[in-house]
Ligand binder design. Structure first.
Ligand SMILES: O=P(O)(O)O[C@@H]1C[C@H](O)[C@@H](CO)O1
Ligand SMILES: Nc1nc2[nH]cnc2c(=O)[nH]1
Length: 294
């Protein structure tokens, strides 16, 4: 299913054209909200909002904590588009569908993509409530060929063999750390490596131990395909994980993760995540299709 479905350039363009006919906003920054992080859209001013079910070509959100709405608006002098709800492979979407909005954003003129997610921590120094700035990822489905770029390459978006070595923009990571210092929140903001697994089940203890030994700091069920597609088409990417739980690594640990707990940590930390992302957006410079963080 994942490698056979193809979406034509025209289909992406049709959705982009429809959205541009419905809103006057011309977004420079796109934000994908992770589980429980949909409140990131609430700060946008002069909002135009569309249910995914009304947008031609858009998939539908099926997960609790993912409202299924696309919100356009202004934030600190930047025009933004915010996905309140993303698409996951485990929902049964093909990978091209899970990443469909990213290419639509590119066609609408977006230059920077901010991805957020909820994730479980494997690193001992990462606690629930911490914010992990993603410096790199391990795309486990991608490593075995479940990659949204499989199939004929669309040269209009990017090259056949894109590099992923710089997929999380270093300058934006540094800027986010600097902002965390200024906001006095460095006690719960740090950098790390995110790994995507397919889900929907959480990890077994043996899987958790394996991921830990591989050097993964946090694990989740999304983000990597979006970042691969965004990097392929030349978007600048910043990512953060909100650590919502510790991944159980010991057979003696009676703890157990569940989705309600994940959403609850999102609610508790929403203010800090919002402040960090808002300040980051305000300090991204947009210059004729080339963004430079100061
Ligand atoms: O969309 P994200 O990656 O934030 O969602 C995470 C992974 C699962 O969808 C869900 C598990 O609670 O949260
Ligand atoms: N795979 C995975 N995804 C998550 N999303 C939030 N917490 C977790 C977790 O512990 N494991």
């Amino acid at each position: 299913m994942h490698c056979t479905e193809q979406i034509s350039h025209d289909e992406y363009q049709k959705t982009a054209d429809w959205l541009m006919s419905q809103t006057k906003h011309r977004p420079q920054v796109a934000i994908i909200c992770g589980s429980g992080l949909g409140m990131l859209a609430d700060t946008l001013k002069c909002q135009d909002s569309f249910a995914y079910s009304d947008i031609p070509g858009f998939p539908q959100s099926t997960v609790q904590g993912h409202a299924g709405r696309l919100v356009f608006g202004e934030l600190k002098g930047k025009t933004c588009v915010c996905m309140q709800g993303r698409f996951h492979m485990y929902e049964g979407h093909s990978l091209c569908k899970t990443t469909f909005p990213v290419r639509v954003f590119k066609l609408m003129g977006v230059e920077t993509l901010i991805v957020t997610n909820a994730a479980g921590s494997l690193a001992d120094g990462l606690r629930p409530g911490d914010i992990m700035i993603i410096k790199d990822h391990v795309n486990f489905p991608g490593l075995v060929g479940l990659n949204p770029l499989c199939g004929p390459n669309d040269d209009k978006f990017g090259p056949r063999f894109p590099a992923m070595s710089g997929c999380y923009d270093k300058a934006l990571c540094c800027l986010a750390m600097e902002i965390a210092k200024q906001q006095g929140v460095t006690s719960f903001v740090q950098e790390g490596v995110y790994a995507m697994v397919g889900g929907p089940n959480f990890e077994s203890i043996a899987e958790a131990r394996l991921l830990h030994r591989l050097g993964v700091d946090a694990v989740g069920m999304s983000t990597a395909p979006e970042v691969v597609v965004a990097t392929h088409c030349g978007l600048r990417v910043f990512g953060l994980s909100l650590i919502t739980n510790k991944v159980v690594k010991s057979y003696d640990d009676p703890d157990s993760v569940n989705h309600d707990g994940v959403l609850e940590v999102g609610r508790l930390r929403s203010h800090s995540v919002q402040q960090l992302v808002t300040e980051l957006i305000s300090r991204i410079e947009i210059n004729n299709n080339t963004n430079n963080a100061v």
